[in-house]
Design a protein around this ligand. Structure first.
Ligand code: GDP
Ligand code: MG
Length: 162
């Protein structure tokens, strides 16, 4: 039988977050991870990977008609990307709030792109835009066995679950 906390974890929402090559090269990994961690979200998968251009095209398949698609895929495959899965209540929507608007010029101060990026083509981070996209992107970037289910000591303080 599952423990109560495991049931809680099994129901938790997950999202795919990636620090793009510009964020990695600029030394912003710790800064970005700390914002998700301090919020109370839980890291359940992480790896550094240099995606091929074909892989980048799969990841951004919904943008293939856009004029910037080719440059975007060249860029995503130009260096290491830090791929992650974060878990928590409302993590898909709130993860997007932490990230800020697509164009850093329109991102509020206090958001990752607002504080740390200047132009749309180098906006340092990706986050899934909805629950279905999140599932697809987690499955594209990670094998099931790379996702680690565990109870964090902080959970009962973050959620008030005993
Ligand atoms: P996101 O979900 O906020 O990342 O934005 P989109 O899914 O709309 O676009 C994916 C990525 O394509 C963005 O994060 C940008 O890096 C890039 N992008 C979007 N719009 C533009 C644009 O107008 N010009 C350029 N150069 N890149 C763009
Ligand atoms: Mg998007």
């Amino acid at each position: 039988m599952l423990q109560q906390q495991e049931v809680h974890a099994a129901e938790m929402e997950r999202t795919f977050i990636a620090i793009k090559p510009d964020g990695v090269q600029r030394g912003l990994i710790a800064e970005i991870i700390s914002r998700f961690e301090r919020k109370g979200f839980k890291l359940v998968a992480i790896k550094l990977i240099k995606p091929s251009k074909e892989f980048a095209q799969k990841h951004y398949h919904d943008l293939k008609e856009r004029p910037f698609f080719n440059g975007l895929c060249d860029f995503l495959s130009s260096g290491p990307v830090l791929a992650m899965v974060w878990e928590g209540e409302g993590v898909v929507t709130y993860g997007r709030k932490l990230i800020g608007a697509t164009d850093p010029q329109k991102s509020e101060p206090g958001t990752i792109r607002g504080d740390l990026a200047v132009v749309v083509g180098r906006n340092i981070i990706h986050g899934s835009d909805g629950p279905e996209t999140a599932k697809d992107e987690v499955n594209l970037w990670f094998k099931p066995e790379e996702l680690v289910s565990y109870t964090s000591n902080a959970e009962k303080w973050i959620y008030g679950v005993n």
